[in-house]
Design a protein around this ligand. Structure first.
Ligand SMILES: [Zn+2]
Length: 325
């Protein structure tokens, strides 16, 4: 009976595997919400953005204190609440476990629809993760962004990753947790890895790491700029994503991708998302990134920094992207 229950949970749960260092966590079973857990005694409920976030810190020997872990989760929850105008789902669980094989790594995996929770995230912290590591971390925010988009079939899961990769730094910048220049410096550095390579069959068919994360993020940036150009900077991708959340297109649902994109398009009064998806899904689409940076007024500076030009053709669009609405 217990095994059957676990099977049902695993079958119904939707997985958003994430691991920046490339460790494959797909297929990992979700944590059972009903299983008794050994804890340090720290199980706390955070109420943020309309969500109830149950945080459980499992037994283990971490250098950081539970209060520091709670602050880190709270910060990430506030960033996504600012971006989406609310936390995407209402019932959330975050389980923090010690990753005994790693010293200072932070890995996250998120599932939808597990044991009565709409979103469940497991964070694996290396034993020697520091408070500084938590302050610099992006993964917790990334996992929460996953909760704000419908679960998709495997060949379209790049869309889940692309959104999380694109939205996470912008959400942190809007929350004042990441300098705007850092957002663009990292974007310039990373996005060239998203260009299609020889033999690419479009985003639905190409599963390389670079294309999944950065190819998708490139799709998002181009879509954001396009929406803003077409609406004279009155609407952006953020409006589309807020509408999708408001319509219930969150991780606990499995909706057809075109239905989700159509909701986003209606919110901006454009057809940018559906049109772009139809163009990018099964053919390699190379973006003239160098020209895009010129248009947006983003210039490389030093080894890994940028300067932001105040009067480039699209500098108002660039600024609107990272400005809290
Ligand atoms: Zn992810």
């Amino acid at each position: 009976m217990a095994r059957w229950s676990l099977f049902v949970v695993a079958f119904l749960a939707f997985l958003a595997p994430c691991s920046f260092s490339g460790g494959q966590q797909g297929g990992e079973p979700p944590p059972s919400a009903s299983r008794p857990d050994r804890t340090t005694g720290v199980t706390q409920v955070l109420s943020i953005g309309g969500a109830t976030i149950e945080v459980e810190i499992a037994a283990g020997s971490l250098d950081v204190q539970p209060s520091q872990i709670l602050s880190w989760i709270e910060r990430a929850a506030r960033a996504v609440t600012i971006y989406y105008g609310r936390f995407a789902v209402q019932r959330v669980r975050v389980r923090v476990v010690t990753d005994s094989g790693q010293d200072d790594s932070i890995h996250g995996t998120t599932w939808g629809n597990v044991g009565g929770f709409q979103g469940v995230t497991r964070m694996r912290l290396g034993r020697h993760v520091t408070e500084r590591d938590l302050a610099d971390d992006w993964t917790m925010t990334h996992e929460f962004v996953h909760m704000a988009f419908s679960s998709l079939p495997d060949n379209q899961s790049w869309m889940e990753e692309r959104l999380a990769t694109y939205v996470e730094p912008i959400a942190r910048a809007q929350a004042g947790q990441l300098p705007v220049r850092q957002v663009w410096a990292d974007t310039i550095l990373g996005m060239s890895q998203g260009q299609p390579k020889r033999g690419d069959l479009g985003l639905d068919q190409t599963r390389s790491w670079g294309r999944t994360y950065w190819g998708g993020a490139m799709f998002c940036l181009v879509a954001d700029v396009e929406i803003r150009r077409k609406t004279e900077n009155r609407k952006g991708l953020q409006d589309a994503l807020r509408a999708i959340v408001a319509s219930g297109g969150t991780i606990d649902k499995e909706w057809p991708l075109l239905k989700v994109l159509d909701i986003g398009d209606k919110a901006t009064g454009t057809t940018v998302l559906v049109d772009m998806y139809n163009q990018w899904k099964d053919k390699p689409t190379t973006v003239d990134l160098e020209n895009l940076w010129v248009q947006l007024g983003i210039r490389r500076s030093g080894t890994d920094g940028v300067e932001l030009a105040p009067r480039a053709p699209l500098s108002t669009i660039r600024d609107a992207i990272t400005t809290r609405p």
